[in-house]
Design a protein around this ligand. Sequence first.
Ligand SMILES: *Cc1c(COP(=O)(O)O)cnc(C)c1O
Length: 397
Amino acid sequence: MFPNKYFEPDEKGYYGKFGGAYIPEMLYKNVEELRVEYLKIIENVAFQNEYQNLLKDYAGRATPLFFAKRLSQKYSVNIYLKREDLCHTGAHKINNTIGQILLAIKLGKKRIIAETGAGQHGVATATVCALKGLDCIVFMGEKDIKRQAPNVARMRMLGAKVIPASSGSKTLKDATNEAIRYWINNSVDTHYIIGSVVGPHPYPDIVTRFQSVISLEIKWQLKEKIKTELPDYVIACVGGGSNAAGAFYHFLDVNSVQLIAVEAAGLGVDTDFSAATTQLGTIGILHGSKSLLMQTKDGQVIEPHSISAGLDYPGIGPLHAHLFETGRAKYLSATDDEAIAAAFELAKLEGIIPALESAHALHALKLLKFKPSDNVIICLSGRGDKDLSTYMKKMEE
Ligand SMILES: *Cc1c(COP(=O)(O)O)cnc(C)c1O
């Protein structure tokens, strides 16, 4: 199931020098329970059967691997799109929330909490909580609640309680603080679902394993189509890095497969409005793990900027920091405008409107030099319905 050795974290959750669990004393009990139990639970055959069944019948997996003919002609290379946009709730996030809910149930938890920025992770969490009949509380910045009204409505319709975080900048990091505070006070019956490959060990490894289904499917789907399991390139966007980690996972130890991650450059890496962590970040501790993050000289986190809410994060998961540092994966970036252009191009050439996040990955086609025989996989992490108002503004310009 999980054959990869070289890029697995060690006992303490380190990928090279990144990772670990830097948490306050008060959280130790919660995180330690997870650390001791998670592998036993998720490698159990009955657990895997239930997980796989839900991925199939509920989330709609396997998602198609689509040969994008007109896009391929334009870039003179063979391009396959991994259609995570066709997952239930519109993105890859549900692969992880289904897994973590089943894990929480096995741990005897009755309630799920999550934090959310744009609301995508909150919606995926509220969805599976409804499915499994668990209480769901989603913490969300007051400002984000106003900006993301449709997702707030979805969460409420699904039965979740959305609690506004009204401290600080009233956005994602404040929601995270509220969620952690709640968890400290309710450790016995509550599981905290983190939505990307970030946070203290074992979260990055848990989320990576649940998202690794993406590359597992790519291998057999490519074999079915072109008789080889191994593409030449795998390209994915990186916010915290979960869809990329999942798309890379089963190729990490195969050096012939080039792994390309695309970060959000925002208005440009030479401006104060960017989210390209590998270019602008330095080593530090964010949300419980040691990784690369955008910070001032005194260690204050710099507010990131990206047109896509899912990439608007000042750090990256520790696995990515390690892949970057060792050179195993290459990190590129796309600006807001470049992502928008890539989204319009895909819509016109293939009839697929991508999420703004995924559009960043598409921009890599302009940055790489391919051989015509190369087989390129692009992880289309989500669909663009949620970004329609942004696309509409661009069409009016
Ligand atoms: C949340 C999100 C992302 C970014 O998260 P990762 O953990 O980096 O994958 C990318 N694409 C979509 C569609 C998202 O919803």
